[in-house]
Design a protein around this ligand. Structure first.
Ligand SMILES: Cc1cc2nc3c(=O)[nH]c(=O)nc-3n(C[C@H](O)[C@H](O)[C@H](O)COP(=O)(O)OP(=O)(O)OC[C@H]3O[C@@H](n4cnc5c(N)ncnc54)[C@H](O)[C@@H]3O)c2cc1C
Length: 485
């Protein structure tokens, strides 16, 4: 049995790893156009600093990330966020303010911090408090995140707190982002408890009781990372595959299905970027095996759409409906004495109304202390997304001074950075627009009838690393089930 996986990001690698467990005799080929595996996950080490070029940690409440790390022997490498700075700042009129204590993504768990915060006006606070009395929506229809938050808490909470927090994560337009596809548990809370504030308080009390009841104490913080960087997770997965499996530096240019139901995959050698001038070499001559019994598409979904256009056009059209945004990350290294104020948070988010080129910033070496040598400080700045898509593509020469000047204004930092690293991630963030769940259902019904085809990646049920691992596992399980029938 020959199985091809296109894309050696965390989704494709997880699929390959799971396939090896389920169908040990299968020949697996994982193709990636880059000269390394990991996709957007890339860790740089420079002058004693550890720089994550995209994702820098993952959530522990979806268990796939932590479980896989432990399975791969990386359990000891898991690092929790620094407990003394587990807060976030929000920028208001150019200045940093701590988010009200207990405010979690969308709703407050405590009322007093909302009453005293300088971020909201007295009227805004009053409107937020009325959430307790706003009747719950009982239907299952989707709505935008903006509509949902304004409906429950009013415009100020949306504009000054939720919009910056959520757009920092999804790089999305809140007027289009689907609440059911991104944060469905908040709609469940509304339906079950009539109020998000009540539901959050109830949940907090339940969590406290569970913590007290738990004797072991071995709980993780909400986010964790790996001491040697997130690329080490991808490397550990790759190390579990037989030597020939990983075909990096090889771009898949075309796929089609023969009348006998086998897949043919055309590839060409490729550097870290696609090089259109190189000749296309058919896999028939370049890579063994010639034909594949099944394929997992684990590329960004617009690329999967392109590759499936000839063989399954109806599916390709549906995949192409999912739009993507790009982001850029600039990481600045400083001497600690250049950073004047002591920060009590892990980073900051910037509301759209501030009209800043910065989406969010992370005090990388405060959040995880191992990321900078003693006496040094590392800051990551995010730009681009739906708010300013042009910044994701802007040249480093122009992006660096733009972000540095703006960051200095907000953080009051003196002097030049020791160095800067910039990464661009073009069209990597799928946008879960209103109606996304319905679109994914249609896509899944189109793929379910073909036992030789599976899709994995961040475009369907969550963009986070644990979601991608789960999607890779599920793709592998689908193919394994059809082969072992
Ligand atoms: C800037 C940024 C910050 C993020 N921060 C976080 C975070 O803090 N926590 C978190 O949990 N998640 C975060 N995410 C999301 C998460 O990192 C991604 O959703 C996830 O890593 C995507 O993995 P993937 O394997 O699905 O896709 P990718 O990593 O994009 O991998 C797809 C692979 O397919 C290859 N490919 C594409 N076309 C072809 C072709 N034709 N032939 C061969 N190969 C091809 C690409 O080279 C790539 O290696 C972030 C994402 C970004 C971009």
């Amino acid at each position: 049995m020959n199985i091809a996986i296109i894309g050696a990001g965390i989704s494709g690698l997880s699929a390959a790893y799971r396939l090896r467990q389920l169908v040990p005799d299968a020949t697996i080929r994982v193709f990636d156009r880059m000269n390394r595996c990991g996709g957007v996950l890339e860790t740089l080490n420079r002058d004693g600093f550890q720089i994550e070029q995209s994702a820098d940690n993952f959530i522990t409440t979806i268990p796939y990330g932590v479980t896989l790390c432990k399975e791969l022997g990386l359990g000891e490498q898991l690092v929790q966020t620094n407990p003394s700075v587990r807060r976030t700042y929000v920028v208001r009129r150019g200045r940093l303010h701590l988010l009200p204590d207990g405010f979690l993504m969308m709703a407050p768990t405590k009322l007093l911090p909302i009453v005293v915060t300088p971020i909201l006006s007295p009227l805004g606070k009053l409107r937020a408090g009325l959430e307790l009395f706003i009747p719950a929506r009982k239907d299952n229809l989707d709505e935008s995140m903006a509509h949902f938050v304004r409906r429950r808490f009013g415009h100020e909470v949306f504009e000054r707190l939720v919009e910056p927090l959520v757009s920092g994560v999804y790089a999305a337009d809140m007027e289009k982002l689907s609440v059911l596809a991104t944060l469905p548990r908040f709609r469940e809370m509304e339906r079950n408890d009539g109020s998000l504030i009540r539901a959050m308080q109830k949940q907090l009390a339940a969590n406290r009781a569970a913590n007290l009841a738990e004797q072991s104490g071995a709980r993780y913080s909400m986010f964790v990372t790996l001491r040697n960087g997130l690329a080490s997770l991808c490397n550990a997965l790759a190390a579990k595959l037989p030597p020939d499996s990983l075909q990096t530096g090889r771009e898949v240019t075309k796929t089609w299905k023969t009348a006998e139901g086998q897949w043919i995959i055309e590839t060409k050698p490729c550097g870290s970027q696609p090089t259109p001038d190189l000749p296309t070499i058919s896999v028939i001559f370049a890579v063994q095996p010639k034909h594949f019994d099944a394929v997992i598409f684990a590329t960004p979904i617009h690329e999967s759409a392109r590759l499936l256009k000839d063989s399954v056009p109806k599916l390709a059209d549906k995949l192409a409906e999912i739009q993507h945004e790009g982001t850029a990350i600039a990481t600045f290294a400083f001497n600690a004495e250049q950073i004047k104020p002591f920060f009590h948070g892990m980073g900051f988010v910037v509301p759209k109304t501030e009209q800043s080129p910065i989406l969010a910033g992370s005090f990388s070496s405060l959040k995880y202390e191992h990321r900078a040598p003693k006496g040094k400080f590392l800051i990551r700045i995010f730009a681009g997304g739906n708010r300013s898509p042009e910044l994701a593509e802007l040249s480093d020469d122009r992006l660096r001074p733009l972000l540095l000047t703006e960051m200095r204004k907000i953080l009051k930092i003196d002097g030049e950075p020791l160095f800067t690293e910039i990464s661009h991630w073009s069209r990597t963030m799928p946008q879960y627009h209103v109606g996304h769940c319905e679109l994914v259902r249609e896509i899944e019904s189109l793929t379910s009838s073909d036992p030789t085809l599976a899709l994995a990646g961040n475009a369907f049920h969550g963009v986070g690393i644990p979601n991608c691992i789960q999607s890779g596992f599920q793709a592998a399980e689908k193919l394994a089930a059809s082969f072992t029938k």
